[in-house]
Design a protein around this ligand. Structure first.
Ligand SMILES: [Zn+2]
Length: 265
């Protein structure tokens, strides 16, 4: 009799244990993304970047630190460098949108950086959800880069205005906010571009002072990033290498990446 009770107790205990383990496995599997994001140590994947030591925001991101230069004579100002008032800040921008790397969301989040995205509607179309995730989960601001990425300097004012305004109009529908910053494709622009940008509601024509290509940071002057530099990279197959190279370089040069729109409000 006693042996029977022990046996039943063992079976009951065994089934509870099994159920518990199964339940734990299910909940762990279901919680993998949360567990990963809240882990103090980054996962040992080659496609993630360790958080910057300076990942704490030097000021509350999303608050105005400086305003864009004024629009004069109906022409949006051209900005290629930011006056950070001596603060060690650098700005990263990511253009086009042709390749939607699935690692970007987590990589950006882990870095603490807030890139500004200058996107072409031709690349966003059909991939709105990908860029909406970047906007919503990483709090990124989406800027205007024209619909089809043409050489604007060779186009009429009317044609330029259509390329620029249509991009903004589409992004209002796709992302709920109207871009305030503009980057001309190839960095090519003329006075009509500045006028068209202003007429499409854009505050600044934003160029750059450094770029990342094939995992290498390239400088227009000198051999390191400097405070106020605006860095250009792209949504390419080398996204992970390029973004990682930027984060490492900024850290090496003692700079904290901060959001560009905060300084061009
Ligand atoms: Zn481009």
């Amino acid at each position: 009799m006693r042996a029977w009770i022990v046996a039943v107790a063992a079976i009951v205990a065994g089934s509870l244990l099994t159920g518990c383990e199964a339940g734990t496995e299910r909940s762990v599997a279901g919680m993998t993304p949360d567990t990963t994001s809240s882990s103090p140590t980054p996962p040992s994947s080659t496609t993630t970047v360790a958080p910057l030591p300076s990942a704490e925001q030097p000021y509350p991101f999303g608050t105005v630190q400086a305003h864009a230069p004024a629009t004069v004579g109906g022409k949006a100002p051209v900005v290629r460098h930011i006056d950070t008032a001596g603060k060690p800040y650098v700005f990263i921008t990511i253009d086009d949108g042709a390749v939607q790397d699935p690692h970007a969301l987590q990589l950006i989040k882990d870095s603490g950086a807030r890139p500004t995205l200058f996107l072409n509607q031709q690349y966003v179309r059909g991939h709105e959800e990908y860029f909406k995730q970047l906007q919503d989960q990483d709090n990124l601001v989406i800027g205007n880069h024209t619909v089809t990425h043409p050489n604007l300097a060779k186009m009429s004012y009317a044609a330029q205005k259509k390329e620029i305004c249509d991009d903004s109009d589409d992004f209002v529908k796709a992302f709920g906010t109207r871009p305030t910053l503009f980057r001309p494709p190839f960095g090519n622009y003329n006075a009509d571009t500045q006028r068209a940008a202003a007429d499409c509601g854009l505050k600044a024509v934003v160029l750059w002072t450094a770029a990342v290509n094939d995992g290498v940071v390239q400088f227009q002057a000198g051999n390191k990033l400097k405070a106020g530099d605006i860095v250009l990279m792209h949504f390419r197959k080398t996204f992970v290498e390029d973004f990682t190279a930027f984060i490492k370089r900024a850290k090496q040069d003692g700079l904290t990446p901060v959001p560009l729109p905060d300084f061009l409000a």
